[in-house]
Write a protein that binds this ligand. Structure first.
Ligand code: GDP
Length: 463
């Protein structure tokens, strides 16, 4: 009967007993087979997108991947440039660094990979796609300006991702620089310098005079040794797209960061809806390479189309497999594929999620019109923690709810509470598309009461 319906839909009137031609049968069979194959592949992809555990015996040391965050104009770009320049040694073939979205420097024989797009926006948009791109964040704070709104955002974004923060106090060449003031201001965000009794590394630097850059690099190496970064180099490669474009002469070009395994020229890979066979690879110095080990950024050629930045790539055993994965992406849509890997939290569904054991932490972002309200809400909400679920305030700030807040909420499975503030238009649209639960209040008590009721499964639904 399904066949009849199928043929009917394709414009052929047949009865149950009527014979169909061989071609027609074949066509239908292929169609069904493809559907069946896709259904299997959805599971395969979901499996591949998960961060699987690896056997400890296969893991070897890998270089740290570092990004630079901080307030606008505090010198993120200048610092990235300064680091790149200090490290270009004349004996390097060509000597000219290519801008491929990431670069590698070497300090005392140890490598460090820097992501060349400054800011926590890029960082968190990758996390929203389920990819953790970075091990260490350099928080740049200008010594003449101190802690500013985006400094606080950056701290929250890095902390929510659970990555190490090293503070670079920049612009110390300026007469108005005040290093101690920056240290003092950051104590409020639990970033306490060693000479202030804490354990956060602070390095005073100047991107202009290059003072402190070497120390900063040494501190990155030190930190990465403490956190013991490892990966298995002997498996199919997997990683993320850092940037991608259509090059007139070379076709689709993507810079990928290999995170696990080793990528080889000739490997078949799937990246979202794109796929292909790696035809050539170039490193950040523009040199052709045959293999790329974990934490290495490389530019790759050979894809059938331009993939999205932040997309996860996986090397497959065969080109057929890579193609099937990309076809499934196209037919199913990535949102559907990622549904399971990124559960969305809402106050309405909170209680059942707690009961199901899915939620152990309730992540909340608070935005309010004045700092006093942020603090008051924070203190009251934290008190709601119980044995089953801990309330965590992953970010609190003054001002309208912005895109950064929504991205952070999406990447960290948090809800947003606004007190006497509204979302801006971009944030509003984003919250809708990312299904972030955003709630606005005019009375602090009502917000607390809603969260409390939701935790107990007694929240009145809004119609
Ligand atoms: P970003 O917005 O954080 O990427 O900041 P930029 O790197 O674009 O720097 C903003 C401004 O600060 C530019 O005019 C830079 O020349 C200046 N700047 C950056 N680093 C330093 C520094 O170490 N010393 C001084 N005096 N100026 C700096």
């Amino acid at each position: 009967a399904t066949l009849v319906k199928k043929l009917f839909l394709s414009g052929k009137m047949v009865s149950i007993n009527q014979e169909i031609t061989f071609e027609e049968a074949e066509e239908i069979a292929i169609e069904y087979e493809i559907i069946a194959e896709h259904e299997v592949k959805v599971d395969v992809i979901k499996e591949l997108l998960k961060e699987e555990e690896e056997d400890a015996s296969t893991l070897v040391k890998r270089p740290p991947v570092v990004c630079v965050m901080g307030h606008v104009d505090h010198g993120k770009t200048s610092l990235l440039d300064a680091i790149r320049e200090t490290n270009v040694t004349s004996h390097e073939a060509g000597g000219i660094t290519q801008h491929i979205g990431a670069y590698v420097v070497e300090v005392n024989g140890e490598k460090i990979t820097f992501l060349d797009t400054p800011g926590h926006e890029a960082f968190t948009s990758m996390r929203m796609r389920g990819a953790q791109s970075t091990d260490i964040a350099i928080l740049v704070v200008a010594a003449d300006d101190g802690v500013m709104p985006q400094t606080i955002e950056a701290i929250s974004h890095a902390k929510a991702a659970g990555i190490q923060i090293i503070v670079a106090i920049n612009k110390i060449d300026k007469p108005s620089a005040n290093i101690e003031r920056v240290k003092q201001e950051l104590t409020e965000y639990e970033l306490v310098a060693e000479d202030w009794g804490g354990d956060t590394i602070f390095v005073p630097v100047s991107a202009h005079t290059k003072e402190g850059i070497e120390q900063l690099l040494e501190m990155i190496i030190l930190t990465s040794e403490l956190v013991e970064l490892k990966a298995n180099p002997d498996r199919n490669a997997r990683g993320i797209v850092i940037e991608a474009e259509l090059d007139k002469g070379r076709g689709p070009v993507a810079t990928v960061l290999v995170q696990k395994g080793t990528l080889h020229v000739g490997d078949s890979i799937a990246i979202g809806s794109a796929y292909g066979k790696v035809r050539a690879m170039m490193d950040d110095k523009g040199r052709r390479v045959k293999d790329a080990a974990p934490s290495t950024p490389v530019e790759i050629l050979g894809l059938n189309e331009v993939p999205d930045a932040g997309e996860i790539f996986i090397a497959t055993d065969t080109e057929k497999e890579a193609r099937a994965i990309s076809e499934t992406y196209i037919s199913q849509g990535r949102e559907k594929l990622l549904e399971d890997t990124k559960a969305k939290l809402s106050l309405d569904g909170l209680f059942s999620q707690i009961k199901a054991g899915n939620i152990k932490e309730l992540n909340i972002i608070i935005k309010a019109d004045v700092q006093g309200s942020v603090e008051a809400m924070k203190q009251s909400l934290l008190k709601l923690s119980n044995e089953e679920v801990a309330v965590r305030i992953i970010h609190g700030g003054v001002g309208a709810i912005n895109e950064s807040d929504v991205n952070l909420a999406s990447a960290s499975n948090a809800i947003i509470i606004g007190f006497n503030v509204r979302p801006d238009n971009v944030a509003k649209d984003k919250a809708e598309s990312e299904k972030v639960d955003l709630r606005l209040y005019r009375v602090i008590y009502n917000a607390i009461e809603d969260v409390e009721s939701a935790m107990k499964g007694m929240l009145e639904p809004i119609y």
